[in-house]
Design a protein around this ligand. Sequence first.
Ligand code: PSU
Ligand code: MN
Length: 333
Amino acid sequence: MEQPHGLHFLDGMNQENIRRSMMEASHHGSKALNKYLDLSAEVAEAMAQGKPVVALESTIISHGMPYPQNVETALKVEAAIRECGAVPATIAIIGGRLKAGLSAEEIEYLGRMGRKVAKASRRDLPVLVARKMDGATTVTTTMIIAAMAGIKVFATGGIGGVHRGAETTMDISADLEELAKTPVMVICAGAKSILDLGLTLEYLETKGVPVIGFGTDELPAFYTRHSGFKVDYRLDTPEELAAAFRAKLEMGLEGGMLVTNPIPEEWSMDPSRINGAIDQALAEADAQGIHGKEVTPFLLARIKDLTGGDSLASNIQLVLNNARLAARTAALL
Ligand code: PSU
Ligand code: MN
């Protein structure tokens, strides 16, 4: 696969031209299911042939990791999915088009733009599309676009949830609502303790979202394998994940399924160190009055800085681990 371009990739080029050429390139061979949706040629072909496809989000690229590791990771994750015999469909909004399947240039573009790209949740879609803008998709919008494209399995790092202090801020991620209504299996490494994990599980229970531990009875806490909270069910194989999700779909039960896959032991972090960084980041966010959609990106960036980049290395490994499980599971659906 082509490596990300060097630092000069966007220099001196008019952004509008780049966007137009990217759109023309990916209009080719795309099969429109929804008039706003474009599948890449590779994803369209895989869907037509019934090959396994795994959706990937793009906010993790633009807002979740720094450049250039974000682009390198996104390409590595795609390669890992291909090695497992599935086709990756990285999802984003480019020039107002909903995209399932990005080119390496589009991934580079989102990675370079970073937090200048709109972080697009469900409420952002109408205006971004009407204005022909770009947007990086969160778990929520990646699920929406994956479902439009007919993709059933989605791998990411962490999901949004009920924030600590939500009883006064009402900061509850739209990701939880989407899991309640959109039929996509989301494979993640649990949730970071920037969230209130107990309240997040209560919310998911109310909304009827199954929370599965892959090979564990305990909800993993993203950087670590332990949170002290139990999952609803432990399933041990991709076959069991596929069977449970198929049963859900065939019963006509709306909504998705949350699979939490613990970070591999060798990459898990020391809990007291990571929790110290999380507590400090939370205190800084509070002192600086960070709120709304800025909260999660602010915390992710601060945690990375406070751990001297170690959290980034763990983050990359857990995403790869989730991508491989997603590819194996998608092959069974
Ligand atoms: N948690 C992570 N990494 C991420 C995100 C969350 O560990 O990159 C991103 C995902 O795109 C998720 C979004 O859907 O943040 C949630 O944002 P909010 O809390 O504003 O709903
Ligand atoms: Mn929020």
